[in-house]
Design a protein around this ligand. Structure first.
Ligand code: RB5
Length: 149
């Protein structure tokens, strides 16, 4: 199961991405928004960030106009590694090097076919581990230290 959410700037692309996921037999839970009414991206980003951080689901997708706001929100959550990707290379690296558990897309940046390709690359790529795991461990340690205040 995968969770997905967007603001109004990403709602149209979210529908396209959901279709691609359905085509791959992937069930996704849509946390909104639905339609074009202007909403605040943190209100929707928080739903995916929370679900992934609490390990209710392993992976999520967030979409806003640029993807920038959603990245900022999602990366506030412990254990969330949200990556904003724009092309095939960054989509592959997001998983291979960063083990990104939230993929972030720009609804006003990407055409639907490219966005679906990027989602597929992210889903199909394996985390390389090794030296990259050591780096993720450092991020996890940092999160722990910062949460102690
Ligand atoms: C909404 O107009 C826009 O600011 C939002 O979708 C996003 O791009 C923020 O980063």
């Amino acid at each position: 199961m995968l969770v997905i959410a967007s603001d109004h700037g990403g709602a149209e692309l979210k529908e396209a991405v959901k279709k691609c996921l359905e085509g791959r037999g992937i069930v996704c839970r849509d946390f909104g928004t639905f339609g074009d009414d202007s909403v605040d991206y943190p209100d929707f980003g928080v739903r995916v960030g929370m679900a992934v951080s609490r390990k209710e689901t392993a992976q999520g997708i967030l979409i806003c106009g640029t993807g920038i706001g959603m990245s900022i929100v999602a990366n506030k959550f412990p254990g969330v590694r949200a990556a904003l990707v724009h092309d095939e290379f960054t989509a592959r690296m997001a998983k291979e090097h960063n083990d990104a558990n939230v993929l972030v897309l720009g609804g006003r940046v990407l055409a639907a076919d490219l966005a679906c390709r990027l989602v597929s690359i992210w889903l199909d790529t394996d985390f390389a581990g090794g030296r990259h795991q050591k780096r993720l461990d450092k991020i996890a340690l940092l999160e722990k230290k910062l949460s102690r205040g």
